[in-house]
Write a new protein. Sequence first.
Length: 262
Amino acid sequence: MLENNDWAFEASGLAVKKRGRTLLSVDALQLPARKVSAIIGANGAGKTTLLRALAGFVPAGGAVRFFGGQPCASGRGFAWVGQHEGADSPMTVHDYVALGRRPRLGWFGVPGGEDRQAVEHALLTMEVAHLADSRMAALSGGERQRTAVARALAQGTPAVFLDEPTNHLDLRHQHLLMRTLSRLAHEGRSIVTVLHDLALAANYADHLVLMKDGEVLASGSPETVLCAGRLLAAYRWPIKPCRDAEGRWRFDAMGTAWQHAA
Ligand SMILES: Nc1ncnc2c1ncn2[C@@H]1O[C@H](COP(=O)(O)OP(=O)(O)OP(=O)(O)O)[C@@H](O)[C@H]1O
C-alpha cells in the first residue's frame, strides 16, 4: 500500500456541472506520485473533464489535494499539454519550448545556462531539435504535438498533465513518448495522461482510471482495472484483454466486427 504522501493527487467529491447537466461526479480518487496514471474510457466519458478538474482549469465542486496541499495554479507545480497546442502560435519551435521556462523566470527574467540546457534537452528528447527554427504553424500535426510535449518537459515541474498526447503521432513516436513518460516517472515526476490506446495505457501506465458517464468505473493497477466485463460496460463493445508470453497486454476488439462484416 502507498503511504498518504505518496499520492500526487487526492480528489474528493469532485463534481463538474454545465447548464444543469453533471459532466463529472467523482466521490474519491487518488493518483500515485512518481508514477504514470492513464485516464481511459469511451468518447464523452469525462476523461478531459477529469483532467481539467484535477488541474483546476474548470470550476468544480469538491477538493483536489496536490501532494497533500492545494494545486499550484502558478504553473510551477505542473505542466499542461492540451489537445491542439500551438496551432495558432506565430513562434518558432525553439521559442515555443523556451516558453516552458517562463514560470520559473517571471516575465522579465533572463534565461541562464540551466534554462538553455533544459530547452535543448527537451528538443532532443522529443526529436524536434532539427525543427528549432521552424514556425509552429508550419509543422505537421505530430511535430507540433511533440513540440508541445517538449515545452512541458522543459518546464521541469513535479507533475505533468497530458490530454491524448499520442494523437497525431506515428507508432515510433507513440512508443518513444510513452517511454519518455515512464522515464520521467522513474526520475520522480507524477504523470497523468488521457489515452485512447488501451495497449499503450496498459503497457506503460502504472495506474489506470477507467471512466464511464462522468464517473470512475475503476481505478488501480492495470491488473485490477482491466477485465472484459468492465471494458464492455465502459466501451459498449466486446474487448478481450490478455497477456502474451512476455506479459505484455493485448486487446482483441475484432470479434464482433468480423461477425458484423460476415
Ligand atoms: N463546455 C462544455 N459544455 C457542455 N458540455 C460539455 C462541455 N465540455 C464537455 N462537455 C460534455 O461533457 C462530456 C464529457 O466530455 P469530455 O471532453 O470530458 O469527454 P472525453 O472522455 O474526454 O471524450 P473524448 O474521448 O471524445 O475526447 C461530453 O458529453 C461533452 O459533450
